[in-house]
Design a binder for this molecule. Structure first.
Ligand code: NAD
Length: 374
């Protein structure tokens, strides 16, 4: 069986989804949509796609798709997902799932009612190095897991939370067998964030075009409580992009540690292992580069070594074909976005916030008169 795939939004990340659907044996990329006809034609010509639309409503009406990747900015994820669900199309939505939990709930309800999958594209967890790290943790290779640390790429924290932060929450979700609570402090220009510091993402971060709705703060320290009793820590703060490759989990166990970080030369992840958790460089044993079997990187005959979207696409396609839920579907698709809300709620209430959140209103939206598109 060949699944017919479409993509809405033909910008940067859509290339990665297009590569996935054209490579996989069981999928065919049949239609693309972008409001910008030049961008649409460029991407469609690149992948030889005939179905071309400038509105997603028209695309869902005219095509009989099995799966759609939603690659627009976050404020459009909910309306496009709901339209796809109403047309009976399975959804793989780019992160962040949406700009608030209320619309994310509506996305999940629409997909559940229509009997289609809703999955979010946090592809890192599906890559062979993340799988190998998890297998090592489960096998006791680093002793009892103590925690996972992450650092942002250097953009202002409120913006970064919606870009890399949600990926990091998913990493924690993966390594800690789910997230129980969040405790966070957020500051802006050296003072604790107040309601006066809530602003649109384009005002906070002027170096990135993506719309992430309302945000706050240039610096964040986030503590995460894992279901398996372990702790996570995410630091997001502004710094020069030359040090951007700090991203990637540092996993600490009682008898060893693992780092998965992109090689600064080629951006491809490497996994390193060190038998002890010792802070002083001089007393730390040599780090060892770990390379899984080449076979682990193969998808339909080709190796995929980067954190490529094909890893998420592959899981959802298999879910549809094998009639099982996607690994990051259903309520699990909402977890990383719930963490975003929990960060702000924790900061403003100065307490630990447990998931799932009962108040689904956005903690910034409910504290400001600023308007933001849902
Ligand atoms: N998973 C990842 O690792 C990863 C990496 C990069 C980006 N992303 C996410 O992907 C999303 C898109 O990011 P990007 O960098 O590709 O953005 P982009 O700005 O490059 O592309 C967005 C595209 O959406 C189009 N668009 C706008 N309104 C539309 C509409 N109504 N209908 C159809 N198309 C419309 C724009 O014309 C543009 O071409 C963001 O949510 C971003 O966070 C995820």
């Amino acid at each position: 069986m060949t699944l017919k795939a479409g993509i809405v939004g033909c910008g940067g990340i859509s290339r990665s989804h297009a590569q996935a659907y054209t490579h996989l044996n069981n999928t065919s990329l049949v239609s693309l949509c972008d409001i910008n006809p030049t961008v649409l034609d460029t991407r469609a010509n690149e992948y030889g796609v005939k179905g071309r639309y400038t509105t997603f409503e028209e695309m869902f009406e005219s095509e009989e798709l099995d799966i759609v990747s939603i690659c627009t900015h976050a404020p459009l994820h909910a309306p496009v997902t709901i339209a796809a669900a109403q047309a009976g199309v399975n959804v793989l939505c780019e992160k962040p799932l949406s700009i608030n939990l209320q619309s994310a709930d509506e996305m999940l309800a629409a997909c559940t009612n229509a009997g289609v999958h809703l999955a979010v594209s946090h592809q890192y967890r599906f890559t062979p190095l993340f799988r190998q790290a998890k297998a090592w943790i489960q096998a006791g290779k680093i002793g009892a897991l103590r925690g996972v640390r992450e650092v942002g790429k250097g953009r202002e924290a409120g913006f970064e939370l919606m870009e890399m932060g949600v990926h990091y929450f998913d990493e924690m979700h993966f390594f800690m067998d789910d997230i129980e609570w969040i405790h966070a402090q957020v500051s802006y220009e050296g003072h604790p964030v107040s309601t006066d510091d809530i602003m649109h993402s384009s005002q906070l971060c002027k170096t990135d075009r993506r719309d992430n709705g309302l945000v706050a703060g240039d610096t964040m320290m986030i503590h995460i409580g894992g279901k398996n009793g372990t702790y996570g820590m995410i630091e997001l703060y502004r710094r020069e992009s030359t040090t951007g490759w700090l991203m990637g989990p540092h996993i600490l166990g009682e008898t060893g540690q693992i780092m998965i970080k992109p090689n600064p030369q080629n951006g491809i992840d490497e996994m390193w292992y060190c038998p002890f958790d010792v802070s002083f460089a001089a007393h730390t044993p040599q780090w060892e580069l770990i390379t899984p079997d080449e076979e682990a990187f193969l998808i339909d005959g080709k190796p995929w070594k980067a954190r490529h979207s094909i890893w998420s696409v592959h899981d959802v396609v298999n879910a549809i074909l094998k009639n099982r839920p996607p690994e990051l579907g259903g309520k699990g698709a909402l977890t990383s976005l719930e963490c975003v809300s929990a960060v702000y709620e924790s900061h403003f209430t100065e307490r630990r916030v447990h998931l799932p959140m009962t108040d689904r209103r956005h903690p910034l939206v409910k504290r400001t008169a600023l308007h933001v598109e849902r």
